[in-house]
Design a protein around this ligand. Sequence first.
Ligand code: SF4
Length: 444
Amino acid sequence: MPHTDILTERKNFIGQGGGKTVCCDRDSVSGAVSQRACVYCGARVVLNPITDAYHIIHGPIGCSSYTWDIRGSLSSDDELYRNSFSTDLSEQDIVFGGAEKLTRAIDEVVAKHHPRLIFVYATCIVGVIGDDVEAVCRQAEQKYPLRCIPVKSPGFSGNKSYGYRMACEALMALIRPAPRPAGRLGVNLLGDFNLAGEIWIIRHYLEIIGIPIISTFTGDANYDTLMQSPQARLNLVQCAGSMTYLAGQMEEEFGIPFIKISFFGREDTSASLIRIAQALGDSGLIARARAFTQEQEARLLPFEQAWREGLAHKKAAIYVGGGFKAISLIRQFNAMGMETVIVGTQTGKAEDYELISQLVGPDTVILDDANPAELERFLKEKGADLLVGGVKERPLAYKLGLAFCDHNHERRHALAGYEGVRNFTREINLSLNSPVWSYMGGSI
Ligand code: SF4
């Protein structure tokens, strides 16, 4: 990959720490080769983990295979959500319209699987030819006893954040008719997708403290739990990038307040558990949350001290989807004695970057919606030892001879909660100190 200069149109999206902010929350610059996914993919990753939902992709087969089993979420029940159903639109459908084919696809799924919930995704080509997906879904709901929800997600209609919003609209369309009985003590967890079973860890912590989870959005969720969600007293927003919009809608329509939390890292996990108890306003819950977090932190301390030596003064680079994860990772690296030299996100908001720039030093590079050429340039310039990212960043790190940690869909061990701190510290240490890097022919 050549050592390129930054495109002029991208310069405002790149900044440095020390309280300065960067331009963000815009569509990607054409030709800049963004690491972001399309609108449809953004919507699919949010809705995919609902374990008993059927996902019909109205478009060419490529859209379907692109997102097939994409989330890596675990289920305690059905596994059908891991499949893709596609209308496999071809040239003829594009000329004469694909609505009839979509109707036949819904009929086939109903006949074979008897679903209660179907999401129908409009992809790029459907946005071009103008099939009336909403009308087809309406007809299906009249014909069968099921919910059939259109997801307006042509890939070109915005950026990945817009796809998150379309998924939230689809979820609101699903739960909107539900009544909200008074007096329930419980919370919904929004923006956790149960990667490597992380929701089960958080559910366990909250149970110990005495806080039941009514519904999760959308990891390990199902039709019944989602329909109960308007009964909750409080919404917890973990992945703010994908779920703040839904939380806002639920506050407006059902009167459920929300707080933003994060279960990545010791500091953020403890602070979040205490803040949840405080937000519920129960002194018993607050006392139990304090006792639980103190006990967990005391248990973690010897482990952290034992691993610290192999991590001290190493330089970390972060490129992840949303701001909340980047912020928690910076705090985790600080606690490990490491320095964060690059921080970037695909969908961070202005308030995320404001906090990020306060948490890092003035020389740390901050990037919004970066591309591989920019990442390569700054990884080399800053002498990073490690990159934390997702599936698209992994090859870049390995080609540059850098340690890598997958903090996205493909991870197989939990990185949330106190268990997550142990797994993350172990993985970072093993990757950074692996003997393989000495065979790479010198540093980058
Ligand atoms: S919706 Fe459009 S951009 Fe997204 S995968 Fe399909 S064709 Fe590609």
